[in-house]
Design a protein around this ligand. Structure first.
Ligand SMILES: *[C@@H]1O[C@H](CO)[C@@H](O)[C@H](O)[C@H]1NC(C)=O
Ligand SMILES: [Zn+2]
Length: 304
């Protein structure tokens, strides 16, 4: 009898500590709390994320445009869950496919989640919110497999800047947040009542930083091609504070869920900006004069 009781206690305390194996320091309670060690690749990896993205020191890149399929579709069955580390959205009606740019394959959206404050910084500036749109390379059957390969995952990072104008798309998510805030509702998905299209969360994709990095949560797999957009969206601090109220434990709120900055380790960070569109008029003039030249040359040939 005693043995069984002991075994139960051991078993359950072990699984309890597994379930809460990793987390974030509560910077609202203690600003100096050191960032915890998450173990494995999180501590030993050399291509970890997030990093500071700076225009100075980035490599100039030009690629074909990124192509987005179905991102404008209004989602009817989107689910939201408090997984104890973030708020995550999934359950898209159709496959949302990303291709183009420097990507060699098609990538489909698996889930969307957010971090408060931002994980990436741009020119040493932190933003109040970062949305991650997590994509899986379609040559791999699931995220577990994709995480084993360096071309397995693409994450689009969207930064939000402080504004006094509430963000409508974030507002739609917040409307359903109440149902998942408590610890008791953790890991229980709810329907996102407001209609939302994924591209409501994405500003212009003309300009972005891209680099090879990792997941920013354990296992910290180095399987991620990051695409962090340079254009940011507005959000109010009141809106961000709503996310800070979600619980990860009884009575404990997730005040911040961003990982500390990682070493760049001399990785190539490419800043992609679409080449300036030649003005239509100038382009037309050029082709007209080229046409004239051809005519003139042709005429001369006939004359000769
Ligand atoms: C992922 O796919 C692999 C290969 O098909 C399979 O063995 C594995 O069980 C899958 N994992 C999950 C979590 O679905
Ligand atoms: Zn993330």
């Amino acid at each position: 009898m005693h043995f069984i009781a002991l075994a139960l206690i051991v078993c359950c305390s072990v699984s309890f500590s597994w379930a809460n194996e990793w987390g974030y320091p509560d910077l609202d309670s203690n600003q100096d709390e050191p960032f915890p060690k998450w173990g494995g690749l999180c501590d030993s990896g050399k291509k970890q994320s997030p990093i500071n993205l700076h225009v100075k020191g980035a490599l100039k890149g030009e690629f074909d445009s990124l192509r987005f399929e179905n991102y404008d579709e209004h989602q009817k069955n989107l689910r939201m869950v408090n997984n104890g580390h973030s708020i995550q959205l999934s359950g898209f009606d159709h496959e949302l496919t990303l291709s183009g740019g420097a990507l060699l394959q098609d990538f489909v959206v698996e889930q969307i989640h957010m971090h408060w404050w931002s994980e990436h910084t741009i020119n040493d500036i932190r933003y109040p919110l970062e949305v991650h749109i997590v994509h899986r390379n379609t040559i791999y059957p699931n995220m577990t497999m994709a995480a084993n390969f360096k071309d397995g995952i693409v994450v689009i990072g969207v930064l939000y800047h402080v504004s006094n104008t509430p963000n409508e798309a974030i507002g739609s998510i917040i409307k359903s947040l109440g149902a998942v805030k408590s610890y008791d509702s953790m890991n229980k998905p709810v329907l996102v009542a407001d209609s939302l299209a994924v591209d409501d969360l994405v500003p212009s994709v003309e300009s972005y930083f891209t680099y090879a990095g990792s997941l920013t949560t354990p296992t910290c797999a180095e399987a991620v091609t990051w695409i962090v957009l340079t254009e940011t969206f507005p959000v109010t601090l009141d809106q961000v504070n709503e996310f800070k109220e979600i619980e990860y434990d009884q009575g404990k709120q997730l005040h911040n869920n961003y990982r500390e900055l990682q070493s760049e380790n001399n990785r190539a960070v490419v800043l992609v900006e679409q080449p300036e569109q030649r003005s239509g008029a100038a382009g037309l003039t050029a082709s007209v004069s080229l046409g004239l030249m051809t005519l003139i040359l042709a005429g001369q040939k006939i004359m000769l």
